[in-house]
Design a protein around this ligand. Structure first.
Ligand code: SAM
Length: 237
């Protein structure tokens, strides 16, 4: 299915040699291919829960959170090649200027609990069974703040319906944003969906990230530039 129009960047700055070898040699070991059945057996270790991170960017949250939860299987989706290379660098310890090694491995403190979809997550949805996912993270999605670009926003009725289908009952969807337009938009879109309830009880619940949080690049950028992010958690009912 190739009929989704993607408006972001797929490639950025020139990727250095070490990162190229991560993409060429190591990514295929972790990559989810089109039509591959998605099940708990996807991972190199037994997993009890499944977490999906959409648009993981440089992979800071995915790398850090998956280290804290070795019994959870993580599916990360990202189209931006440099971001994927950065995630691979974080989980292998191979940096831009590292010597090229013949056999690339995960860092010794990690288990094999991450799989990567290196394309538009909307194409992956149809491969994911109903109620398969325990937790979804959508962190700092591109805000597309202009009205005329509203149809590009990831939070929209079609994607919310797919998320409602793949998230199991009592599973969660965490949407973080630092953009006031996207915050209002998300609150309204999610309010209109009867399959989710907003879990916040007090303002502290949406002003602060959950307990075992790992900061992302966009979160740090927002804080540095004086924008305070919000963390909107929804439960599938
Ligand atoms: C603003 S960045 C945020 C990155 C990261 N989550 C962070 O907080 O640092 C949004 C990311 O989502 C990715 N993205 C946007 N739409 C996507 C889609 N449909 N499937 C997969 N990735 C997507 C973009 O390539 C981009 O890297």
């Amino acid at each position: 299915m190739d009929d989704f129009k993607f408006f972001g960047r797929r490639k950025g700055r020139k990727i250095r040699k070490a990162k190229t070898s991560l993409l060429e040699q190591f990514l295929p070991q972790l990559e989810i291919s089109t039509q591959q059945p998605i099940s708990h057996n996807l991972f190199g270790v037994p997993v009890k829960k499944i977490c999906l991170e959409i648009g993981f960017g440089g992979g800071e949250h995915l790398a850090g959170f998956s280290l804290l939860h070795p019994e959870t299987g993580f599916i990360g989706a990202e189209v931006f090649q440099n971001g994927i290379a950065n995630l691979l660098s974080l989980i292998t310890g191979i940096k831009q200027n590292s010597e090229i090694v013949e056999k690339i491995k995960l860092l010794p403190d990690r288990v094999d609990n991450i799989r990567i979809y290196s394309d538009d997550v909307r194409k992956l949805f149809s491969q994911i069974p109903d109620g398969f996912v325990d937790q979804v993270f959508l962190l700092f999605p591109d805000p597309w703040p202009k009205n005329r670009h509203a149809s590009r926003r990831f939070v929209n009725p079609d994607n919310i319906a797919e998320l409602a289908r793949i998230i199991k009952k009592d599973g969660t969807l965490l949407i973080a944003t630092d953009h006031p337009v996207y915050k209002r938009w998300t609150l309204r879109q999610m309010h209109d969906c009867p399959d989710f309830i907003w879990t916040a009880r007090t303002s502290n619940d949406w002003r602060n990230p959950p307990a075992d949080w790992v900061e992302t690049k966009y979160q740090l950028k927002a804080l540095k530039e004086g924008r305070r992010p919000v963390f909107l958690e929804y439960k599938r009912i």
